[in-house]
Design a protein. Structure first.
Ligand SMILES: [Zn+2]
Length: 226
């Protein structure tokens, strides 16, 4: 797998990615995998020889926050950041925000967590070198993270690359899970289009391998789902 020197994927069971993003003051952990991923994440950080100083969550699904509590216990005082809308889902508060689509439905596992986020993110915020972009649809408040140094886009489940690059707006027959767990597919498609417009140099999804120069594949995925 080729990837940026700033980005280290931590793959758990070949299915769910967490990422370690190198910053001058340490590592940012993006997503925490399923429960039981703590040792694999810590081993990857140890190989990089730097402390984890921040945790950022792309969205509140259980396979992305499963080891949040274990990691937060391991790292007292660590910054924990998530989009404000999905932060409510960490406490299993499923009340809608005003103006959300009436045909949206919570799907997939919202397992919740005991850890209270220390930072609630909004589009345009920065977490180290990562710029926060809205990516709702798969969950109501999913965020994507663009590394402004090299335009790596960590996209959560807005796209997956397992079984080919696909949006979460339409099931990919080879890996339908992200679409089947999606809150509102039309919103997910709009987010996929918005993220494509960022012209990322590298796509780092929640499921599947990191893809270099993903533009054409993202275009095809959008066309497939449109
Ligand atoms: Zn998800």
């Amino acid at each position: 797998m080729t990837h940026s020197s700033n980005l280290t994927p931590v793959v758990r069971l070949g299915m769910v990615n967490a990422y370690l993003v190198r910053e001058e003051d340490g590592l940012t952990l993006v997503d925490t995998g399923i429960a039981g991923s703590r040792k694999a994440i810590l081993a990857a950080a140890a190989r990089l020889g730097a402390p984890i100083t921040r945790i950022v969550l792309t969205h509140a699904h259980g396979d992305h926050i499963g080891s949040l509590d274990a990691m937060a216990r391991e790292l007292p005082g660590v910054e924990v950041a998530i989009g404000a809308r999905d932060a409510r889902l960490l406490t299993k508060d499923k009340t809608p925000d005003p103006g959300e689509p009436a045909d949206a439905r919570y799907r997939g596992a919202y397992s919740g967590a005991k850890t209270t986020p220390t930072v609630l993110l909004a589009p345009g915020d920065r977490v180290g070198s990562l710029e926060v972009h809205a990516a709702p649809g798969h969950t109501p408040g999913q965020i994507a993270l663009l590394d402004v140094r090299d335009r790596t886009l960590i996209c959560g489940d807005a796209y997956s690359t397992l079984g080919g690059v696909a949006t979460s707006a339409k099931p990919n027959p080879r890996f339908p899970l992200p679409a089947l767990a999606t809150w509102h597919r039309p919103t997910a498609l709009a987010s996929a289009i918005a993220l494509r417009a960022l012209d990322p140099a590298r796509l780092a999804p929640g499921h599947g391998k990191v893809v270099e120069a993903p533009g054409a594949a993202m275009d095809r995925a959008i066309a497939t789902a449109s």
